[in-house]
Design a protein around this ligand. Structure first.
Ligand code: XUL
Length: 528
């Protein structure tokens, strides 16, 4: 008999991807649909529509519906063996929401394989424009939630994050007021993740606790909706959200629509979908506290597994873990990542990475006491609205310029010192770091990372970590269901290939950074 396959979908901002793995965790197939290019009739740019106010950002949910059929059609054309898929799970861009109209549940249940999903679901939405994570139009609602619960830290203590504009509760609060008829007609609100899961099972799929932590509505300790947050958000919300589920739960079998149209097996299980960041945590196999990833991309992100939640009003987010019902994950996002490093490279290293590395090698760990803060973009961590560069000499006094080698070292060291400082504040204590994203190809940058944190740094080469994580989670959920118990994620991941070691810490350099950290923290405060 042919071996079983596990399918992971990733409904991201710009595309829908699929990654299939076998039971030895090898990737056997990858497919993608790009929204702008492949479904131009929805007229999206980067998968979204931007409002005239510059703050509102939405996507049509019917686009995500059409993309699912297109993706499966492409897979069918390529003779993808749907019949071998024993479990599917998925990832969705976090925070986005879909408003199903009354009666949509019946429509979902009655899907017919003879017509495309988009024809059958065109009237299923009470609100036609789904807010997505890029939306920042809900500052008023955020303030209202923080006032209702007491203060930003009180919201963080309860829900894992202070009130953020993109978080779903605040988006719902806005729409309930702005589109009362639409809200009134709404039977179920899903996240993007549980929306795609709903399409697959032909029923309203529950929101999993991990993606649900990005709503400012979930009590992250009880892993249930927080009544006080619901009450401060919109009337009748509890019934519209349905009960949240554990992330590894099997939520149903695939609907006959997919059996008839694409050849899935009737027994194919659907495991709860989750958010893209939680799925990336799974894709990078970060399951033990101390397992941390740093993604060096356009914006830098640091996330990792945690035992105890320690939410902060000014630093990042705490989500329930997607792979461990007793665990948590922390995520810290930086706006100034690669673009800022590149700006320094262009300014002092003639636009060349090898020149940049040579300059970095010229200096010493700790930069002789010179410290720089480079806010090319308004920064998220710590919150700094005013862009600009702040340089401090070894005496702690501001200075206007550094020599090229000090400038290069200051930007790299500063970014990692900031990560060490702020991740420490939310309880992340790296034991090892997995570096991903474009800039992780740069060995000298990884060496500084290793020295600042004092831990080994590894690299992961598999792109699409969210889709891969969804496939891993399909296998994990399926294994738990098959064994009738919670099987630790690590046990299921045993066959995965090891990551490549890229840097080992230099103890002396690490001691220099440890001594530098309080100085860095003080200077950061002075400019914030
Ligand atoms: C996380 C966030 C984004 C989205 C889209 O809080 O807003 O990372 O998940 O990728």
């Amino acid at each position: 008999m042919s071996t079983p396959l596990y399918l992971g979908l990733d409904s991201s901002t710009q595309s829908l991807k699929a990654v299939a793995i076998d039971d030895r965790l090898g990737v056997v197939a990858e497919f993608a649909v790009n929204y702008d290019a492949d479904l131009p009739e929805f007229k999206t740019t980067g998968g979204v529509h931007r409002g005239a106010d510059g703050l509102t950002v939405t996507s049509p949910p019917l686009l995500w519906v059409a993309a699912l059929d297109l993706l499966f059609a492409r897979m069918k054309e390529a003779r993808f063996p749907f019949a071998r898929v024993v479990a599917v799970s998925g990832s969705g861009q976090q925070h986005g929401s879909v408003f199903f109209r009354q009666g949509a549940r019946t429509t979902l249940a009655g899907l017919k394989a003879t017509a495309p999903l988009r024809d059958q679901l065109k009237d299923a939405f009470a609100i036609g424009a789904s807010p997505v994570w890029m939306d920042s139009s809900t500052t008023r609602q955020c303030l209202a939630l923080e006032t209702a619960l007491g203060c930003p830290q009180a919201v963080a203590d309860l829900t894992g994050s202070r009130a953020y504009e993109r978080f779903t509760g605040n988006q719902i609060a806005k729409l309930a007021k702005a589109e009362p008829a639409g809200y009134e007609a709404t039977e179920r609100i899903t996240l993007v993740s549980s929306f795609v899961a709903s399409l697959l099972i032909g029923d309203y799929a529950p929101i999993d606790v991990s993606d649900g932590s990005g709503m400012n509505l979930l009590d992250i300790r009880r892993k249930a909706w927080a009544p006080r947050a619901l009450a401060a958000t919109a009337p009748g919300l509890d019934a519209r959200l349905g009960a949240p589920t554990a992330s590894h739960a099997t939520i149903g079998r695939i609907h006959p629509y997919y059996v008839g149209r694409y050849g899935f097996a009737t027994t194919c299980q659907v495991v709860a979908f989750s958010g893209d960041n939680p799925c990336s945590l799974a894709g990078l196999r970060l399951q033990e506290p101390g397992d941390v990833a740093i993604s060096l991309g356009t914006s830098d992100t640091m996330f990792g597994a945690l035992r105890e939640p320690r939410p902060s009003a000014s630093e990042g987010h705490i989500f329930a873990s997607p792979v461990d019902p007793d665990g948590y994950m922390a995520m810290i996002v930086y706006k100034n990542g690669s673009l800022t490093r590149e700006a320094i490279r262009d300014a002092v290293a003639e636009g060349s990475w090898s020149r940049f590395e040579a300059l970095l090698a010229k200096g010493v760990p700790g930069n002789g006491g010179s410290i720089g803060f480079y806010y090319k973009e308004p920064e998220i961590t710590p919150p700094v609205l005013k862009t600009g560069t702040h340089r401090f000499g070894p005496d702690g006094r501001p200075c206007t310029a550094f020599a090229p080698e000090a400038e290069v070292r200051a930007v790299v060291e500063g970014q990692f010192l900031s990560m060490r400082l702020h991740s420490g504040n939310v309880g992340l204590k790296p034991v090892q770091i997995l570096a991903t994203g474009g800039a992780s190809a740069n060995r000298s940058i990884l060496q500084v990372m290793s020295n600042v944190f004092g831990v080994p740094v590894f690299t992961a080469t598999q792109p699409n970590s969210a889709a891969l994580g969804a496939a891993y989670r399909a296998l994990h959920g399926w294994t738990c269901a098959a064994q009738g118990r919670f099987v630790p994620f690590a046990e299921v991941m045993k066959a995965a290939p090891p990551f490549t070691r890229a840097a080992m810490p230099d103890t002396k350099a690490n001691a220099v950074y440890t001594a530098m950290l309080p100085v860095y923290a003080k200077l950061e405060k002075s400019i914030g």
